[in-house]
Design a protein around this ligand. Structure first.
Ligand code: AMP
Length: 613
């Protein structure tokens, strides 16, 4: 994720980068050295300003602001526990339910509940906290990579569609909210936030025009680009794929100095015109590079001064590292920050480390953090065991930021300024070390997620329900599903879900391909709205595929797992596979393959709001 962008206005003479960097690094020193005191203060502040909110009154906190009382009285919760409060706010109740500050909008998380994005209430001042976290990134980076103020960053940043709750509050993803805010749009000059993409291209709601114009501006300024990136690795790869498809049009624009007629957004055209000049030499150069058979190293070829790629490649995004390495000729991949719709959490203070070693230092001023220890059930199906609801004893096991133990894994629990109290984020983190007194965490995984291509997160229950709905298509053929598993295939761009199905066939009528295609579509229709948005709107996920495997394949899978040490008594078919030899085994026994013939249905906003706006 890029840093808090400030503006591209002309530099003022009193801009002192060195001093600014020094101050920022000192801030990090201070808050990490005094992590516990800062956390205590943050909690007191959150509790005292919200002392009279309904949620605290119902739980009987009675105005207490100390950690001990808070921890004894307040429950550790998940989204479902606060959903009734969220629904009331969405429906227009403006009384202080969760926060004494007015809820300014809802941030729609990529985590879902009941198939719909979770709605995180937020307040205006949170934007300032997000900006603060962004502003830490480049001073940290500048300690390791000098001269980044001498050029530009080519970041592919996008807004997504937004909806309105019945009460008229906007509901949109956190980055859309941020890019549309004055914190981003009217940012003052900062040499570190000098981007190739003008604001208008980022803020264009049409994803094709946005990508096209950002790529065009990036190409025009190719020599100035010192770093490239997107939020997630998947987004950056999508941009490369876009270039592969559209470079001829882009070259034509650069050759002639005119913008393709498909770019109809006036503000985008005007912004691009300021950058685009006829440059036949540059067009020849791009054409020569793009028409070569191999696209290996295309990033370093077209943007020769690039020093690193700034994308998140931790968590499920690590599946994209080989593809990124290929296109960038192994440029360093830097993961700079860890954030969510609920709250922005922390930064990577050692961005030069390998992706597998990335750790994030939680910034103690962002929220009050607690940690629930988790146990990992080791074995072939290594799974993470975290209770769904916590009993009193388990609630007491939560530890504070400065009390986590090196090497131990925890689920992150946050209390935010905007109205989430002891809220389980759903991420599992492992303590990798300490910066002064503040722990640094490896991101281990998101609980329960089995499949992920972009920002979609599909859990085992959603997958199971979707498969259950799909197999109804097989009933007329007297066929049943004996076993299944799934795989997030990112060798295609965009990646797509693959389901491996082993069937029990009792009937004699062959099953026509169209039936399996219907099964694919039914699964897609049954998956959550983030998945469907990725398919329909963002085109970041390709059509779902079902591969039918030979009878006996899942027995072979079990034999293989047992040969690797799984217990025969406890063996359960994994509902998702990642391990390459297992994927190979499944692929080698696939007898046919079918794809979803069209996109599933998707509408912006929650299904319960349709017709209410
Ligand atoms: P959202 O609420 O949709 O913004 O998604 C936030 C979630 O994305 C987090 O809770 C994590 O699961 C994931 N995420 C965010 N930043 C990172 C990161 N740096 N590495 C791995 N996963 C991340």
């Amino acid at each position: 994720m890029p840093e808090a962008p400030k503006n591209t206005h002309k530099p003022t003479t009193d801009y002192n980068l060195e001093l600014k960097n020094k101050k920022t690094l000192q801030f990090i020193e201070d808050v990490t050295s005094n992590a516990d005191e800062v956390q205590k203060k943050v909690l007191e502040e959150i509790l005292s300003r919200n002392a009279h909110v309904e949620y605290f009154q119902r739980n009987g906190l009675n105005g207490h602001t100390d950690r001990e009382t808070f921890k004894t009285i307040m429950p550790v919760i998940t989204y479902e526990d606060i959903q009734p409060y969220v629904d009331r706010i969405a429906n227009g109740d403006t009384s202080p339910i969760l926060s004494s500050h007015p809820i300014s909008e809802f941030l729609t998380s990529s985590g879902t509940s009941g198939g719909e994005r979770k709605l995180m209430p937020t307040i205006e001042e949170e934007l300032g906290r997000r900006s603060l976290l962004y502003s830490l990134l480049m001073p940290v980076m500048s300690q390791f990579v000098p001269g980044l103020d001498k050029g530009k960053g080519m970041y592919f940043l996008f807004i997504k569609s937004e909806a309105k709750t019945p009460s008229g509050l906007v509901a949109r993803p956190v980055l859309t909210s941020y890019y549309k805010s004055t914190h981003f749009k009217d940012r003052p000059y900062d040499p570190y936030t000098n981007y190739t993409s003008p604001n208008e291209t980022i803020l264009c709601p049409d994803s094709y025009q946005s990508m096209y114009s950002q790529m065009l501006c990036g190409l025009c300024q190719h020599k100035e680009v010192l770093r490239v990136g997107a939020v997630f690795a998947s987004g950056f790869i999508r941009a490369i794929k876009f270039l592969e498809k559209h470079w001829r049009f882009l070259c034509n624009d650069i050759r002639t100095g005119t913008i393709d007629s498909q770019i109809t957004d006036q503000s985008v055209r005007e912004a691009v015109t300021k950058i685009l000049k006829p440059d036949p030499k540059l067009a020849d150069f791009i054409e020569a590079e793009c028409s070569k058979d191999s696209w290996q190293g295309i990033i370093t070829r077209l943007w020769p001064n690039t020093k690193y790629v700034d994308v998140i490649v931790t968590g499920t995004m690590s599946q994209y590292i080989p593809t990124l390495d290929y296109y960038t000729n192994g440029l360093p991949l830097f993961c700079t920050m860890y954030a969510s719709s609920e709250c922005y959490f922390g930064v990577n203070l050692n961005p030069l480390c390998k992706p597998s070693e990335v750790s994030y230092t939680l910034i103690p001023t962002m929220a009050y953090f607690e940690f629930l220890p988790v146990q990992r059930n080791n074995g072939v199906n290594s799974s993470i065991s975290v209770p769904k609801t916590l009993n009193e004893k388990e609630q007491q096991e939560l530890v504070d930021l400065v009390d986590v133990k090196l090497g131990q894994e925890y689920e992150l629990v946050v209390t935010t300024y905007s109205g989430l109290y002891r809220y389980r984020v759903g991420d599992v983190l492992r303590v990798a070390g300490f910066k002064n007194n503040a722990p640094q965490f490896n991101f281990i995984c998101r609980k329960n997620v089995v499949l992920c291509i972009d920002s979609d997160k599909t859990d085992e229950v959603e997958l199971q329900n979707a498969v259950k709905n799909a197999v109804n298509h097989l009933l007329p053929f007297d066929a049943t599903l004996a076993e299944y598993t799934s795989y997030a295939d990112t060798t295609t761009i965009p990646g797509h879900y693959v389901l491996y199905w082993e069937l029990s066939l009792n009937g004699t009528t062959p099953i026509p391909p169209s039936v399996f295609e219907d099964c694919c579509l039914t699964i897609e229709e049954s998956l959550n709205s983030v998945y469907r948005q990725g398919r329909v709107c963002d085109k970041s996920i390709g059509p779902l595929e079902i591969k039918i495997v030979e009878p006996g394949t899942f027995d072979k899978l079990m034999d293989y797992a047992i040969s690797l040490g799984a217990s025969i008594n406890q063996y359960k078919t994994p509902r998702c596979v990642k391990f390459a030899p297992i994927v190979e085994l499944l692929n080698s026994r696939a007898v046919s393959s079918f794809f979803s013939p069209k996109c599933p249905k998707w509408f912006p906003g929650h299904k319960q709001w349709i017709n209410m706006n």
